[in-house]
Design a protein around this ligand. Sequence first.
Ligand code: FAD
Ligand code: DHB
Length: 410
Amino acid sequence: MTTRSPSRTQVGIVGAGPAGLLLATLLSRAGVDAVVLESRSRGYVEQRVRAGVLEAPTVELLREAGVAGRLDREGMAHQGISLRFATDTAAPQTDHRIDFADLVGRGIVVYGQQEVVKDLIADRVDSRDEPVEFEVSDVAVHDIATDAPSITYTAADGSARTLRCDVIAGCDGSHSVCRDAFPTDALQIAERIYPFGWLGVLAKAAPTQDELVYANHDRGFALYSMRSPEVTRLYLQVPADENAGDWSSSRIWDELGTRLACEGFTMNTGEFLEKPSVTGMRSMVAEPMRHGRLFLAGDAAHIVPPTGAKGMNLAIADVRVLADALTTFFDGGGETGLDEYSATCLRRVWRAEHFSWWMTSMLHRFDESDPNGDAFGRALQLSQLRYTATSRAAATSLAENYVGLPHGSV
Ligand code: FAD
Ligand code: DHB
């Protein structure tokens, strides 16, 4: 951990998730100073298990930033995914592969979000001795509508600090204090809450499939994913208010076995490497993503349900736009990029919001009381699954969204 704690910087960044850390890296490469403030410890953020799918444009950007060495050695390149479902009510579940390489000529890389975070911290703190302050508290942003904003916080040693900046980047995730600092009439929130969540487990069990499987079973959605040749990552749709403590390991493995059942499919089981937990699912967009000299990026500005694997990728797409705009600004090239930041990001955000909502709607089981869960809704869902699995045009649409539209293309 760095001991330096400057009281003045060009960009004050709140949050050391993928958005804050990559923004700091991109700015550093462009010669712009930044300080990253993080409420958790380094150990905590490096172990926090979250997303696992990197889009093609994300991988390219991490390579351009010079932080993809371990990703290129250890990441698992995938050229497709399978949709697993029964084409008719009486039929058994079968796999319908979406072949990314054939359809769009690109794939994804499976590499845990916490590995990206570790790589970014190692580059910034260990290799370059650039500032990240961990375990800060009481973070508050001030004078955001002026040219001289500041951040006050309590450092890990208990001292009260002020960081004066030219610009503040709010990369502080879904419970963002930076977003809360917008005047209420300056922010519009569009939101949708889903009546289910995902129970996620990380298991010491060698994957038996080379690619991810998204299963729509009568009992609910299940996802088969992985982290390495020894570790499987699995998810089950559960009610939004489910208590993970009600799920014993045998209940979890039995339910996964039922929902993922398919001719020829076997699954290795193994001990859980962390406590199973339930994540609620929602879509949220806060507009605009800028007020004065405060810019929001990543989950601070928008949330997607995880079904499209877009959360971390969107955070990374935001900070590419922000880093370019800030670099131009500090090079004396004007504020046009900063003025366009929110609108530019929101085009990609809404594309990902639609894709994530669409994948979620197609793959989850809705209660019969839900408008999507009656016989009509279920028949529409099956029709969409069959169409996506059999039409090259429909499969291509899924593939190009899943592997990630090129940055700047939407
Ligand atoms: P974050 O990664 O949340 O980083 C924000 C950082 O800010 C955190 O380190 C936080 O500790 C810090 N912070 C917060 N408040 C303050 C403060 N006041 N002061 C200082 N620091 C602060 N996406 C997928 O695609 N697939 C998944 O399976 C998936 N699973 C997820 C599971 C969970 C439990 C969560 C919460 C998210 C999941 N996501 C998933 C979404 C994905 O992980 C996020 O989209 C991604 O982390 C966004 O990155 P970010 O940098 O914007 O925010
Ligand atoms: C993983 C998470 C997702 O949300 C997803 O859509 C695919 C994979 C994962 O954690 O491996």
